[in-house]
Design a protein around this ligand. Structure first.
Ligand code: NAD
Length: 482
C-alpha cells in the first residue's frame, strides 16, 4: 500500500520513494505510504481550492447530513480495522484505540449538528438608516497537520468544525501513524463527500512545510510539538494565515492533604501513564501537600508497580501501556531520568528501559516514579513525554501554585481538594487553558480545549473550535430613511 495521496477524490502513489510505517512494539514494517513532494502538495491544495466554492455554498443541512453519514459509516464499517491499525502503528492498547475512534466519530456528529446553527446577526445602525449584517463565512482551504499521539481524534477536532463551516482540507497525517487516519478519511469518501473536499498528503515535515507555505491555504490547524509549532507559526505569519496551534504541555497535578489521597493517586496514575505518558495533557509533575506526601507516594508507587506494559496491544486490549513511539522518544525519557538522578532524584520504581523477552525488539521504558525531585531537573522543566512521574511535596497553596506555574507550558492542570475555596483559588491562579478539579481529564466536546503560554494559540472543540474556521464579515447598509 503506498497509494496514500488523496487528490481530487482519487488515491494515488507519489513520485518519491515511499516511507515505511513501523510497529513501535516490534519495529516491523506495517506498510509504506507515499512521501508527498511539493508538487503533490500543490496538486492537493489545487484540488481543495477547486472544491471550496461549491462546498461552501452547500446549505448547513446538506453538510450536516454528509458528516453524520461519514460518522455512521466509520463506526459501522471501518472502526474495528482502524483500531487495529492504530494500535499497531501507535502502540496504544486496543481498548484505548477503540475509545479514541469512537470519540472521533462523536466529534464529527457534534459538529454536523453545529453546521445547521451557523447564523449571522443583524442590527440597526446607530446613525441614520443604516443596518449592519454580520455574516460568518468559511475561511477557505485548511491545512490540517496532526501528530502521532491521537492521530484520528485530533484530526476529527479539525475536520468536524472545518467541514461544518464549509472549509475544504488538505490533511497531513504524522509519518509515524498515518494508517488509521487514511481509514477515517475513507469513511467521508464512502459517505459521498464531494471530491476535493478532503485531500490527504502523507509524508514527513517537508510535506507539512510545503502545505504551510502554500499561498492558496488560508488556515493551518496544527497539533504537535512546540518546536514545530513555532516554525509553522513563523511561516504562516509571513502570509497572515490563520492558525490554530495546539502544542506541548507539562501538566501539574496539585494534591491537597484534605483530598481522598487514594482516589487522587489512582487518578493521577492513570493520567500519568496511559498512552505511555505520550499525551499533551498527561500529568507531568505531581505536587502533594506534605502531610499527605508519604501516603501518596506509597499508593501511587504500589499501583504503578502493577501496571502491565504490553508488547502486543491487540492481543492484550486492556493492558495499561504499550511501547513508546520511537527509539528517540525512549532516549529522551532516559536522558531526563538520568539528569534527575544525577541531580539527586531517586527512582522509587522503574528508571530503566524494558529490553527483555517480548520487549526486546520494541521501544519500551518502565513506568517510573521519582522522588527527591527539584524544579531544576529536566523532568520538571521540559516535556518528557513518557512514563515518568516526578513527585514533590509542598507546604502552602502559594508555593504549589508557584511551582505549578514555573514552566513555559500552560495547557492542562489538575487539582485534588475537598475545599471549594482552595479549588477556585487554584483555578484562578493556574496559568493554563484547562483545569481539572477532582477529575483527571479536561476534555469535553462542548468546552474549549487549548493552551496558554508556549502551549499554543487558539482553541479547539466547543464554540471557539467552530469559530476558528469562520471569518466574520460586516455588511453595512444605508437603507435610507431613519
Ligand atoms: P511533531 O511536532 O514532531 O509532528 C507533528 C506533525 O507536524 C507531524 O505530522 C509532522 O510530520 C509535522 N511536521 C514536522 N515538521 C514540520 C514542519 N516544519 N512544518 C509542517 N509540519 C511539520 O509532533 P509529534 O512528535 O508527532 O507529537 C508530539 C507532540 O504533540 C508533543 O509535543 C505533544 O505535547 C503535542 N500534542 C499537543 C496536543 C494539544 O492538543 N495541545 C495534543 C497532542 C499532542
Amino acid at each position: 500500500m503506498s497509494a496514500t495521496l488523496l487528490i481530487g477524490g482519487r488515491w494515488r502513489e507519489g513520485a518519491l520513494p515511499p516511507l515505511p510505517v513501523f510497529n513501535p512494539a516490534t519495529q516491523e514494517v506495517l506498510a509504506h505510504t507515499a512521501d508527498a513532494s511539493a508538487h503533490d502538495v500543490d496538486a492537493a491544495v489545487a484540488s481543495a481550492a477547486a472544491a471550496f466554492p461549491a462546498w461552501a455554498a452547500r446549505s448547513g443541512r446538506e453538510r450536516a447530513a454528509l458528516l453524520h453519514r461519514a460518522a455512521e459509516r466509520f463506526r459501522a464499517v471501518h472502526l474495528e480495522e482502524a483500531a487495529v491499525l492504530l494500535t499497531r502503528e501507535n502502540g496504544k492498547p486496543l481498548s484505548d484505540s477503540r475509545k479514541e475512534l469512537l470519540y472521533s466519530a462523536d466529534v464529527i456528529d457534534f459538529y454536523a449538528d453545529e453546521a445547521r446553527r451557523i447564523t449571522g446577526t443583524h442590527f440597526s445602525g446607530d446613525m441614520g438608516g443604516t443596518h449592519s449584517f454580520v455574516w460568518k463565512e468559511p475561511v477557505g482551504v485548511v491545512g490540517a497537520i496532526v501528530p502521532y499521539t491521537f492521530p484520528v481524534d485530533l484530526l476529527a477536532w479539525k475536520l468536524g468544525p472545518g467541514l461544518a463551516a464549509g472549509c475544504t482540507f488538505v490533511v497531513k497525517p504524522s509519518e509515524l501513524a498515518p494508517l488509521s487516519v487514511l481509514r477515517f478519511v475513507q469513511a467521508f469518501l464512502d459517505a459521498g463527500l464531494p471530491e476535493g473536499v478532503i485531500n490527504v498528503v502523507t509524508g514527513g515535515g517537508a510535506a507539512g512545510a510545503a502545505l504551510v507555505e502554500h499561498p492558496l491555504v488560508s488556515k493551518i490547524a496544527f497539533t504537535g510539538s512546540v518546536d514545530t509549532g513555532r516554525r509553522i507559526g513563523e511561516a504562516a505569519a509571513r502570509q497572515f494565515k490563520r492558525t490554530t496551534l495546539e502544542l506541548g504541555g507539562s501538566a501539574p497535578c496539585i494534591v491537597f492533604a484534605d483530598s481522598d489521597i487514594r482516589t487522587a493517586a489512582a487518578a493521577a496514575l492513570r493520567r500519568c501513564f496511559s498512552h505511555t505518558g505520550q499525551i499533551c495533557i498527561s500529568v507531568n509533575r505531581i505536587f502533594v501537600e506534605r502531610p499527605a506526601f508519604a501516603a501518596f507516594v506509597e499508593y501511587f508507587s504500589v499501583a504503578a508497580a502493577r501496571l502491565h506494559v504490553t508488547a502486543d496491544g491487540v492481543a492484550e486490549p486492556n493492558a495499561d501501556m504499550g511501547p513508546m513511539i520511537s527509539a528517540a522518544a525512549v532516549d529522551k525519557v532516559a536522558a531526563h531520568v538520568a539528569d534527575a538522578q544525577a541531580l539527586g532524584a531517586r527512582a522509587v520504581l522503574g528508571g530503566h528501559r524494558l529490553t527483555d523477552g517480548a520487549y526486546a525488539r520494541g521501544h519500551f521504558y518502565a513506568p517510573t516514579v521519582l522522588t527527591g525531585v527539584t524544579p531544576a531537573m529536566r523532568v520538571m522543566r521540559e516535556e518528557t513525554f513518557g512514563p515518568v512521574a516526578p513527585l514533590m511535596p509542598f507546604d502552602s497553596r502559594d508555593e504549589a501554585l508557584a511551582l505549578a506555574n514555573d514552566t513555559p507550558y500552560g495547557l492542562a492542570a489538575y487539582v485534588y481538594t475537598r475545599d471549594l475555596e482552595t479549588a477556585f483559588a487554584c483555578a484562578r491562579g493556574l496559568r493554563c487553558g484547562g483545569i481539572g478539579i477532582n477529575v483527571n481529564d479536561i476534555t469535553d466536546i462542548r468546552a474549549p480545549f487549548g493552551g496558554m503560554k508556549h502551549s499554543g494559540i487558539g482553541r479547539e472543540l466547543g464554540e471557539p473550535g467552530l469559530d476558528a474556521y469562520l471569518e466574520h464579515k460586516h455588511i453595512r447598509l444605508n437603507a435610507g430613511g431613519r
